[in-house]
Ligand binder design. Structure first.
Ligand code: PAF
Length: 281
């Protein structure tokens, strides 16, 4: 695997590699886990070449968020990428991505898909995501970009970005990868204390209860959300940020759940924020 740290080196390496062949791209912030590995495997299966980026993007973190303590382990990531046969790793510095003194003087501002849920609670987050993804797509110029369903709103925002700004990349969304007890893999799971790690699967199990109630014929979004709330409230240490049932592309909240709706929730367990979702079939 080649590791490229500047945009110039990367674009040269990319064009040396590609002669009309397909390139699969997995954008990440590193600290790779089984969820990322699934994206890389899928990209490997479907493309001649695979590019992964590792960049902890400062513009998508709020002032009080975890940019400084965001977990990083380059050697481990590098071994994983070698093992799964990634061809190019784009691993730029912050200065390489944001050379002006104030990071990101020009931003890409996503529209309505970014307003609710994560966007409402993390102001500026999706502006940072849309900006860095635009930059990465311009640099990498992939045939297909692979995203995890775990970040359901991010998927909706990036799909709309690609459509509205005429990027040529295809988007492939890969199902959430879970630990044996149901907890979705996330780099931030490493913040969980032992006790809270044991409790964390309740987020997914509460979503599962609502989705099986939906399958049993109860389509009232209010009722399904109430069921999730009741499950989560059983643990007094959990703080609920939101529970939502929304159409999964527009992210507009619905009154009646239907196929294609995303049931999602965000909670705090101690000082760890967890998100998860299920898309109804
Ligand atoms: O999901 C992530 O890891 C990030 O939000 C992304 C898409 C790499 C942009 O920084």
């Amino acid at each position: 695997m080649l590791i490229l740290k500047t945009i110039e080196e990367f674009t040269k390496a990319r064009s040396n590699l590609l002669k009309g062949d397909s390139l699969g791209f997995v954008p990440t912030m590193g600290y790779l886990h089984d969820g990322h590995i699934e994206l890389i495997k899928r990209a490997r299966q479907e493309n001649k070449y695979v590019v992964t980026s590792i960049f902890v993007n400062p513009t998508q973190f709020g002032q009080d968020e975890d940019l400084d303590k965001y977990p990083r382990d380059f050697e481990k990531d590098r071994n994983i990428l070698e093992k799964y046969d990634c061809d190019l790793l784009f691993f730029p510095s912050t200065k390489e991505m944001y050379p002006s003194s104030k990071p990101g003087e020009t931003f890409v501002v996503p529209g309505r898909t970014a307003e609710g849920l994560e966007g409402a609670l993390r102001p500026g987050h999706f502006r940072g995501v849309a900006t860095v993804v635009t930059k990465l797509l311009n640099i990498v110029n992939p045939t297909t970009t692979y995203l995890g369903q775990k970040d359901g709103q991010q998927v909706a925002v990036i799909k709309k970005l690609v459509e509205d700004l005429n990027f040529t990349t295809n988007i492939t969304v890969v199902p959430t990868v879970r630990e044996e007890d149901g907890l979705a893999f996330s780099s931030r799971n490493s913040y969980l204390s032992k006790g809270n790690r044991k409790k964390a699967p309740v987020l997914y199990s509460s979503l599962l209860i609502a989705s099986s109630e939906y399958k049993n014929g109860d389509h009232s979004a209010q009722h399904l959300k109430e069921m999730i709330r009741e499950q989560l409230k059983m643990d007094s240490e959990i703080t609920i940020d939101y529970i939502s049932i929304a159409e999964s592309n527009s992210l507009q909240e619905v009154e009646k759940a239907s196929p294609g709706c995303m049931i999602s929730a965000a909670i705090w367990l101690g000082n760890t924020r967890l998100i998860d979702n299920i898309v109804l079939e």
